[in-house]
Design a protein around this ligand. Structure first.
Ligand code: HEM
Length: 227
């Protein structure tokens, strides 16, 4: 894509995020269009989406900034898409999301900047985003999530507990990495916890804040995914 076309897209996205309410408006426009056009997608999200909107707009902004570095852009989009598999997002959802993204940029870009040329360039950019994500998600050969059972819970500080998990299969994971964890009692609520060195093969210890207490009951199932 020509440098001029990239600059045009970057400028129009900057005009969306420049106002205090812009990022939130953009994300809201995206989710509204996605949920109304692609059935079954609303159920994948938790009820409360407050922090999510900013994270979504930040991610799109990051991708737009990376348009001049296609390798970096594709690596970012690929990782984001693979991480989405644990939410139940399928490759076809990314393709369907292209329409919602175009609606969101069109609705949120000031009218004076929106031209037929800008719309064509955005369509090309969005199609690159969504196709790269769809392919990365389809080609990932790791499980979308791993199952585990809570076999121990030890409160070590007032605000810290160590949970011992026995995973169903080994998780390709290194101590110090974070992993997102969901429990059946709180579906669609993913928390980032930090894993310690396994004491025995197939077992992981996760220090976590005790405000999660009560969510991980003994023998309850856990799902985790980390990279
Ligand atoms: C098209 C481009 C997309 C971008 C840039 C994007 C970006 C993001 C980001 C940055 C997060 C937060 C991840 C985190 O903090 O760990 C997220 C979460 C999520 N995304 Fe996407 N996403 C896209 C498409 C989709 C689609 C098509 C779906 C479903 C049909 C989807 C479903 C979800 C769900 C369910 C979450 C978790 C929400 C939560 O836990 O609060 N995303 N997305």
């Amino acid at each position: 894509m020509e440098a001029f076309a990239i600059a045009r897209v970057q400028l129009s996205f900057a005009s969306i995020t420049a106002t205090p309410t812009g990022p939130e408006r953009f994300a809201t426009a995206f989710y509204t269009a996605l949920w109304s056009e692609t059935s079954g997608t609303r159920e994948l999200f938790p009820a409360g989406m407050e922090n999510m909107r900013h994270r979504f707009t930040t991610a799109v902004g990051w991708a737009v900034d990376k348009l001049t570095d296609v390798d970096g852009l594709d690596a970012f989009l690929g990782q984001l898409a693979r991480d989405h598999r644990k939410y139940g997002v399928r490759p076809e959802h990314f393709r369907a999301a292209g329409y919602a993204l175009l609606v969101a940029v069109r609705d949120c870009t000031p009218l004076i900047l929106w031209t037929a040329a800008l719309e064509r360039t955005w369509a090309e950019v969005i199609s690159h985003f969504t196709e790269t994500m769809a392919v990365a998600a389809a080609e990932d050969d790791l499980p979308a999530a791993w199952g585990a059972t809570v076999v121990g819970h030890e409160r070590v500080l007032a605000d810290l507990a160590i949970i011992r998990l026995e995973t169903d299969t080994p998780i390709p994971y290194h101590a110090g990495q974070y992993m997102s964890v969901q429990i059946p009692q709180r579906p669609q609520m993913w928390r980032y916890l930090s894993a310690a060195i396994p004491r025995t093969p197939g077992a992981d210890r996760i220090p976590r804040p005790t405000r999660l207490d009560g969510m991980g009951q003994r023998r309850s199932r856990q799902r985790g995914r980390g990279r």
